[in-house]
Each structure stands twice: as C-alpha cells, then as structure tokens.
Write a protein that binds this ligand. Sequence first.
Ligand SMILES: NC(=O)c1ccc[n+]([C@@H]2O[C@H](COP(=O)([O-])OP(=O)(O)OC[C@H]3O[C@@H](n4cnc5c(N)ncnc54)[C@H](O)[C@@H]3O)[C@@H](O)[C@H]2O)c1
Length: 441
Amino acid sequence: MILEKIENRTARAGVIGLGYVGLPLMVALASAGFRTIGIDICWKKIKRLKQGISDVPDVPNTVIAPLITSGQIQVTTAFDVLEDLDTVNICVPTPLREDRTPDMQYIVDAAEQIAQRLHAKQLIVLESTTYPGTTEEFVLPILNSHFNQSAPIQSLEVGRDFYLAYSPERIEPGNSTYYVANTPKIIGGVTRNCTKVAKTFYLQFINKIRTVSSPRTAEMVKLLENTFRSVNIGLINEVALICDRMDLDVWEIIDAAATKPFGFMPFYPGPGTGGHCIPIDPHYLSWKAQKYQYHARFIELASEINKEMPRYVVEKISHALNLQRKALNGSKLLILGVAYKKDVGDTRESPALEVIRLILDKKAEFIYHDPYVENLSLDSGTTYHSEPLTANLVQNADCVVILTDHGVVDYSWLVKNAQSIVDTRNATRSVQIGQEKIIKI
Ligand SMILES: NC(=O)c1ccc[n+]([C@@H]2O[C@H](COP(=O)([O-])OP(=O)(O)OC[C@H]3O[C@@H](n4cnc5c(N)ncnc54)[C@H](O)[C@@H]3O)[C@@H](O)[C@H]2O)c1
C-alpha cells in the first residue's frame, strides 16, 4: 500500500525543519509530484514562505512561490498535519552544546511530535547529521514509547507496521553542480523492509541510491565524509603554517601537487572552518567514540588547528600593517566576506566572527562588505551592516582582509585600489598588477 502510494506519487510527504537542508528537499519532493507539507517551529519563516519568500539561497523565490500558490507545497507550524502524512523527513539542527557535546533536543522534539501521531504504514526518515546509533537507540524508543489516542503505538512494529530509516543529507549550499536530485543518497533502514520502503521513496526524486546494512552505518558514512574534510583541512592549514615559516608559497605547492592524477586530492588553507557541518559534526563522532573508550585524536587535533587559524590571520594583518609602520590599534580594516564560504550568506560558525573578535580586542576599527550578508550581529550585541564596495571604501582602509572569496568581487580592481591586502583564500591569484601589496596565508 505505502509502496504503491509512493510509486504513483499520491503519498502525502512531509518535511520537518525547513532550513538549508529541509527546504531544498521539500522542493525536490514537490517537483517530483508529491503534495508536500513543510513544518517548522519558526512562525516568521512560515509566514515568509507563505508569501513565497525563501531564506535559503539555493531555493530562489521564483521556485518556491509557484509551488506555494498552486498548493503543491503547504507550510505550517502545526504538527497535527503529521496525522495525514505517509512520509516524514526530519531535517532539524544538530548543534553542539557549550561543552561541545551533541545537542539532541531538536531531534527529541521532532520525534516526540511524530510519536504522538504515528500511524500504520508511515515512513519516517531522519536526515539530520548525527552520531552512529541515533536512529535505533534514540529515535526508535521515542516512537515506541508513545500512545496514539485511537490506537496504541506499542502495537505498531517497526518494519512491519511503520518504517524507520536514516538517510544523511549531503547537499552543499551554493553548489550549483550537485543538488538534491543528482547527489547519490545513502540509506540505512532499521529493517530490510524499512530500507526497501525508504529506497522506493527516494528513487522518485534522486537518481542514485546506495543502501547500507543499518542506520548506524549510514550515520557513520556521513560523519566519515565530514570528518575527512575537517581532518584534511586541518592538515593543509598546518602545512600552510609550516610553509609560512619556511617562506614557501603553500598555494603554488598545492597546485603543483594536484597535477598528480592519483593518490592526492587538493584541500586549501583558509581562515578556519565554518557552517553547520565541518566544525561540528566530527565532534559527534569523537563524543560517541569516547563511549567506547576511544579518544579520537585526529578529530580533536584537526579541530584545534582549524580553530587557531583566525589568530594566524590576525598575525598576518598585523604584519601587513607593520610594513606600513602602522599598528592594529586604531587602524581601519575592511573585511571582505563574513560568510563561512564562497557565494553563500551563511555566517554560522564563520571564522570571520573570531577574526573580528580578535581585531576588536586589539582596538582596530573595522567595516565589512559581503554581497550575501546584509547585517552581522556579534555576540557583544552590536550589529554591523555591509557597506557598498566603492573605490573610496577600499582606498580608505589601512588593510583589506579577504576572508571569503565571493565570486562576484573584481579582485584586480580591489588590489588596484587597496593600500594593502591580506588574502586568506588566494582570491587574488590571477591579479597581474599590485601583487607586492598582497600578503597571503
Ligand atoms: N547546512 C548544510 O550544509 C547541511 C548539509 C548536510 C546536512 N546538514 C544537517 O542537516 C540538519 C539541518 O541543518 P540545516 O543547515 O538545514 O539547519 P537550519 O538551521 O538551516 O534549519 C533547521 C530548521 O529546523 C527548524 N526546527 C528546529 N527545531 C524544529 C522542530 N522541533 N520542529 C520543526 N522545525 C524545527 C528551524 O526553525 C530551522 O528552520 C543538521 O543536522 C545539519 O548538520 C546540513
């Protein structure tokens, strides 16, 4: 019955959590022909979505608005709609607590809402990034522990009466080459039947599926992918620090090494890692590893090195100013890019925040320009606004600090107008004139 409904796309699909992950997923489902309902606890987000306004750059208003107007997508803050849904994807945040342990509250809240309305033949898929064991040890007991008013949930058996799987989201915000439909999906169901139903579901809107033996395996796949990035970024940041001492150009070295057609994959140094994934997800793994008396040394070390990079950037700024016989104290710095990566507007965990904190500590003044981040609120409570990138703005800065290599900036023009530049991303690599003004990490 559920398989038939999925295959003929009459199944009612639902997505819980409409952020960077949930919103594109909801659009992919609706575009495949499913009548889809999105649920989010943020009423402001729901209000904007009802007006056809998206907060996620990968989902432009021109895409979401017609789907809302036609009724193909409905959005709400009311969880009662779960009663009518055949499939539910959970895409809620999985941050770290202050003590850097997993904060599972968002998953608990979503799972409890589902549990109260769980019904026969419903497919539940967790997509949030999390530690191995979450789906079976954490979500399943919540689903099993609740009673529905009309039918006791405990009489529903996973794999027979309802289906539960883990399938990590792999999309990369800002990547226009790979999106939901053409990024292969990993699926691990609690039972074989769960995997089968989840696979049938995803095949409706994703080209390639790889099933694995269990949810724990699928959870670990995602953590491997993100830990791989974190550790390699940590390694290349360390190599950058060594090259600096040896007066070698790390960028030239990486480009030359990347000519090797096998056994090498280029990673690039930068001001540190940011976003919801790389600085956070590996800690989910190291936390879980500790439960098995294993101390994940690579993970902790990479994180330590990556977190030190903002301090190194400030050293470079200080050096650039020193060459002009200036001090950080009282200098005017123009920060170019505060988003954590190129061509996105996401400032979560952005290394720019730490660089700014450190330069303010040294009594430097700063202004910023980011074409994707209109306002920037600091922990201190002060909010800054992105300044228009004019020649005047660039010329008046004692040093321009490129923290994000947004594609829309004309770097030759920037270098021509700047007094001095610290380039943490090699954004100025093609600039012909004015290289002597540039200090790279
Ligand atoms: N952003 C990425 O690039 C990316 C990529 C792959 C995986 N992930 C993972 O996907 C998950 C979601 O990340 P995101 O970037 O989309 O987060 P996000 O913060 O952009 O969106 C999460 C949304 O969930 C909503 N929400 C929170 N609790 C809720 C609840 N109980 N019920 C309903 N809605 C709720 C929030 O209001 C928010 O709109 C995380 O586990 C993340 O690690 C993120």
